[in-house]
Design a protein around this ligand. Structure first.
Ligand SMILES: Cc1ncc(COP(=O)(O)O)c(C=O)c1O
Length: 287
């Protein structure tokens, strides 16, 4: 099945789809995005993603390109037209097309682009089975990381560093050594008592939808959740560590900067949370 992209009201062949060269998303990274998982043909946690999208749009004073009621219908149509049963939907809204000037244009219609693609579920399962490696590096981002903006250059550079080091993720550090989050995931550790620790929401991290769900799922499973900053030294000495994101769900961390975490294998708490999250997302047991 050939891929289809949604661009401002039209369904186009993916390889022919394009936007205007003066789109502000392209010229200024003046836009926001969401990534949603598709499991069994259905989008996961749609309401939470729409809520975060609304928050991001409001923070940048970008109007909804279509109503909040219609958008999920279009999202499902993009998934359907691409024949995706297991995979992801990408959605981007920019401030729109205007003559290049930094300040907001007086009139610009926001641009909405959506794509969907299949991702083999085995790829995610492999992350849980083997665990992932993390490297740490300075967080060089701006002070509004809570907005899911398409301005991802520091995240791109961090992820590239991780890749070059043979790692899955980069954890970004404040000058005092506290971990903010991963380049494309939230960061967690497990202490000696089996409590899970993750940084509280604030301007310095993206409020991950997976993070939100895992906080709830952990509490329901009587696992204590402590929302506080932790340092990279604490993480290296932790019993377990893991990351959460829409693409990885819950992935155990087995190594940070070459230091084995716990016994160097995926930890029991992370594996339990991974299983609970999979069930929440609708992944069939044993898949
Ligand atoms: C910087 C950053 N933090 C955290 C996350 C995790 O967010 P979510 O669980 O909503 O995918 C992402 C996801 O892309 C991210 O880019």
């Amino acid at each position: 099945m050939s891929r289809v992209a949604y661009v401002d009201g039209r369904y186009l062949r993916h390889d022919k789809a394009s936007i205007h060269i003066e789109d502000r998303g392209y010229q200024f990274a003046d836009g926001v995005y969401e990534v949603l998982a598709v499991v069994g043909g259905a989008l996961v946690d749609v309401a939470d993603h729409l809520k975060r999208l609304d928050r991001s749009l409001a923070a940048l004073a970008i109007a909804w390109p279509v109503s909040e009621r219609v958008l999920p219908l279009l999202m499902r149509e993009v998934v359907r037209r691409n024949g995706v049963t297991e995979g992801m939907l990408y959605l981007q809204i920019s401030r729109g097309v205007a003559r290049r000037e930094h300040a907001f244009p007086a009139r610009a219609a926001p641009t909405l682009v959506m794509t969907a693609r299949a991702v083999p579920p085995a790829r995610r399962a492999a992350l849980v089975a083997t665990g992932v490696k993390v490297v740490s590096l300075p967080d060089i981002r701006w002070s509004r990381c809570d907005i899911k903006s398409v301005a991802l250059l520091p995240n791109v550079l961090a992820k590239q560093k991780a890749k070059e080091a043979g790692a899955y993720e980069a954890w970004m550090l404040e000058p005092n050594g506290t971990v903010t989050e991963g380049a494309s995931s939230n960061a967690w550790i497990v202490d000696a008592q089996g409590s899970v620790i993750t940084r509280p929401l604030g301007n310095d991290i993206l409020g991950g939808v997976t993070r939100l769900r895992v906080v709830d799922l952990a509490r329901e499973a009587q696992i204590k959740v402590i929302e506080r900053p932790f340092t990279i030294a604490e993480a290296k000495a932790a019993r377990e560590a893991f990351v959460t994101s829409t693409t990885a769900f819950v992935a155990p961390v087995v190594e940070i900067d070459g230091v084995a975490i716990g016994d160097g294998r995926p930890g029991a708490v992370a594996r339990k949370l991974a299983a609970l999250y999979e069930r929440h997302a609708g992944v069939p047991l044993g898949a």
